[in-house]
Every structure is written in C-alpha cells, then in structure tokens.
Write a protein that binds this ligand. Structure first.
Ligand code: 4AD
Ligand code: MG
Length: 444
C-alpha cells in the first residue's frame, strides 16, 4: 500500500490508509492506547481499543516514544479527538525502529505525583544528540523557515538577472587578511578553508557575469565563545557590477530583505508566533542609515554610552546592541545601516572616497550585525597600493590579477544565514544551526 502523508490522511474519513512516522506521544490506559504519530506534514492520533486486539499486547508494550512505526487503518471522524477531529483505527501496526529511552530532555517536564520534575537538557547536551533534538516542532519549523528565507532570496535575485555560482572552499592562499583561516594538509603543501567567497565573487565580476550570488559554507578560525559566532556558517553572498556607489548595494539589500521577510511573514508568521513567541515584522525600505560618528554621539546623548576615542573607528559590541533601541526609538525600524568605518577596521578591497573613507557599511538587525557590504576598489593600481598598505603581498597576488584585464565597477555584501535565522526566532546561534561548529565542537 502506498504511504499517505498525515496532512492528507486527515481528510480521508472512511478510507483505509498507511501512515508512517515517529511516535510523538504515547498514552496507555487499561482499555485504550493512544499514539500520536508525527510525520513531516503533521500529527494524527492512532486509537487502539485493546479488547479488539488481544494479540497486540506484546506489540504495544514494545512501542516507545520516538519509535518509528507504520500504521494501516481506517480514518475515523471523532469529535473527541483534539487533532483535527480525526483518528486512525489500526488494522495493522508495524514497528520499523524501536527508540531506547532518550538520553536528553528536549523540554522541561513538570513534576507529577509519581515522578519528579525533569529539567531541560542544556543546548550542549542536546547538540550531542542533535538528531533527536531536531525532531521537535520548533526545530522543524526553524528549518522550514530557513529554507524559505534562502529560497525567497534566490527567487528575488533570479528575477533580477542574477546567476548562482559555486566557488571553491579549498584555496591556495589565506584570503582577505591572513588571520582567522584554517590551514589543512593538501598533499605536500598547505591549503586554506575559504573565510569568504569574496575574491571569487569579484573574479565573477571580472569575468563579465555582472550579477552573481552564492550560498555556501564559510570558515572562520576564531576562538569566539559568544551566542552569535561559529567557526563554520552558511553565507549568502552577492556581488553586482555597474554600480554608481555603495548606495546601490544597500538599496538592493533592503529590497531583498523586505521581500524575504514578507514571504516569511505571510507563510510562517502565525506558526512562528505560536512556537517562538516572536512577531515577524516586515520592514519598509529605505532602512535608516547612520554614520558611525553620529551613532556614537546619539548613543552617548540618549543612553549615556561612553566609548574611548580610539575604539570609535568600529562598532563595539555594546554599541551594536544598543543601536537596536536607537533604531527603534529614532526611526521605528529594526534595521540600521551603519557607515563611516575607519580604514584600519575595513579590508583593503573596500573602495575609499576622496577623503580616504571606506565605502562600506554594516547592516545591524535587532542589535546584531548581519551583513558587511561595500563598493569594491576595481582599479588595479589603487587596489594594489591598498593591499600593500595592509601588508598583504604574495597572498593576494592571484587576486590582484583579476583587475588587470578589464573589470567593471562593482560592489556586494555577505549575509550570515545562521545569524538571520537566530535573530528572526530569537534563539542563540547554537540553537539556530543544523549542527553547530565552535572551538570546542567538531562532533557529531
Ligand atoms: O562581515 P563579514 O566577515 O564579511 C565578509 O565576509 C565580506 N567578505 C563580505 C562582503 O561582501 N564584504 O561576514 C559577513 C557576515 C556577517 O555580517 C555575519 O552575518 C556573518 O557573515 N558572520 C558570522 N556568522 C556566524 N559566525 C561568525 N563567526 C561570523 N562571521 C561573520
Ligand atoms: Mg563584518
């Protein structure tokens, strides 16, 4: 018999179906056993009247929570059943896989008369058994949302003449700055894991691709233990040619994010509210923009934040967090573009204006950086000089070649997919990733 998804089974009253999935819940009483079966489309109750199946005693005793079962039976309409007013009266139950007692508690379980309270396992314990943790409704929603996030951005860009590319993650020279890269053995020499597709995105511009994006792994050898850093994450990067200034890049980004969040809001807004208690707010373009200098002035004036002068070329973590409040109170926005970062704090490939200011920005959402973007320097001689000033020589020689044989003016940005997911649902980065990687975490 062909398998029916739970969602479809709910509408097949009177018919006999085969449903397959995990045992989401199990209730056993003297005369009845109730099993809630869950598949990727929903949940359905399996109702077993024990008297009718005297030979099932052993079978039912062997079914544990989280076991995988296949059930054939008639779909019955029953107003007493909470789950859609429908149940399955099984004619046959097959246990595909028995689950042992779970090694983690995915949720806190309040104390009962017979049992004492169970505390929820920590996120680190849950990551040890991430595949069990990922079975929850919340986590499955999270990855559906992430799928839509990436897919709607892809759709938006494809409709605007972008191409999707896939650049190598094994590279022969440490990229961008030399710091923060993982070295790996590559036969008789060293290779490095790409810390950004930056150089290759720009190579695509030199190749005349004009508009490209890529979503793929990004590696950072940073020993950070925060709720927003990981050593491997998924980047959503894009690059476009024939821009007049960095403003064109920012405009594209605000349109892209507005489009994406509208889709997420329309499709999953209700469920996100229900399971994560978070409102999906669709922003309106243009997003507010503040120069770093003005931002520090405002943060000091409004909230008394005092930052030493020498730190003001970059956004400090505290200022970044506080900027959320400012963005909301001053502009009624969850987003804030910040410009005016110092040359010392920005990579050599950012274009500079006549005053020497890098033509780049960060986008802060809910008080956390989600993007760094810029217009790039496409003029070979200037780029070479800027690289030398930062002490970069041989490592970027191959990259500089891209600009010697014709290259349009261009710019782009990199967006952290895991950060976006984490901020959207108000969880930590460990919770937001399929499988977190950090300085102390390489398994499972
Ligand atoms: O700001 P980053 O380092 O910028 C670049 O990689 C540039 N090449 C992008 C460009 O086109 N100019 O990284 C881009 C984004 C960050 O804004 C953040 O969202 C995310 O990637 N990100 C991280 N996410 C998780 N863990 C980390 N350690 C991250 N580092 C950056
Ligand atoms: Mg950045």
């Amino acid at each position: 018999m062909e398998r029916t998804y739970v969602k479809d089974a709910l509408g097949k009253t009177g018919e006999t179906v085969l449903v397959r999935g995990f045992v989401d819940n199990l209730r056993d009483s003297k005369y009845m056993t109730f099993i809630v079966l869950k598949d990727i489309t929903g949940k359905i109750q399996i109702t077993i009247e024990k008297e009718q199946h005297p030979d099932w005693t052993e079978l039912l005793a062997g079914i544990t929570g989280d076991s995988v079962i296949s059930v054939t039976g008639q779909v019955n309409s029953n107003d007493y059943v909470k789950m859609g007013g429908v149940e399955i009266l099984p004619a046959d139950i097959f246990v595909d896989s028995v689950a042992e007692a779970l090694p983690i508690a995915r949720k806190a379980i309040p104390a009962t008369k017979k049992k004492k309270e169970v505390e929820r396992s920590s996120i680190d314990q849950r990551i040890d058994y991430r595949w069990i943790d990922l079975r929850t409704d919340e986590n499955q929603l999270m990855f559906r949302v992430q799928t839509l996030m990436v897919n709607s951005m892809r759709k938006f860009l494809l409709e605007r003449n972008f191409m999707e590319i896939h650049t190598p993650k094994l590279i022969g020279a440490a990229s961008e700055s030399g710091a923060d890269v993982f070295a790996v053995d590559y036969f008789d020499r060293k290779a490095y894991l790409a810390q950004s597709p930056q150089f290759y995105k720009q190579m695509a511009m030199a190749a005349g691709f004009e508009r490209i994006f890529e979503t793929g792994p990004v590696f950072r050898a940073e020993k950070s233990y925060t709720n927003r850093h990981t050593t491997e994450f998924t980047g959503f990067d894009l690059e476009l040619s024939y821009i007049d200034s960095v403003k064109d890049v920012m405009k594209l980004e605000e349109e892209l994010l507005t489009y994406m969040l509208k889709e997420v809001h329309d499709v999953y807004g209700e469920q996100i509210k229900e399971l994560f208690g978070k409102e999906v707010i669709v922003p309106t373009a243009p997003f507010p923009v503040m120069d770093l200098k003005d931002l520090y002035e405002a943060l000091e004036k409004e909230y008394g934040l005092v930052v030493p002068e020498e730190e003001k070329g970059d956004l400090t973590t505290e200022a970044e967090q506080m900027s959320f409040r400012l963005a909301q109170e001053k502009f009624g926005s969850e987003f804030l573009f910040v410009t005016g970062y110092s040359v010392e704090k920005r990579p050599f490939y950012h274009m500079r204006d006549e005053k020497g200011m890098p033509q780049g920005y960060d986008l802060i959402w809910r008080g956390v950086e989600i993007t760094t973007g810029a217009q790039r320097e496409h003029r070979y001689e200037i780029l070479k000089k800027q690289a030398q000033e930062k002490g970069l020589g041989e490592d970027v020689a191959f990259y500089l070649e891209f600009f010697k044989y014709g290259c349009p003016p261009h710019g782009g940005f990199g967006l952290g997919v895991d950060r976006m997911t984490m901020l959207l649902l108000d969880v930590s980065i460990k919770e937001a990733m399929f499988l977190f990687r950090g300085p102390g975490r390489l398994t499972p």
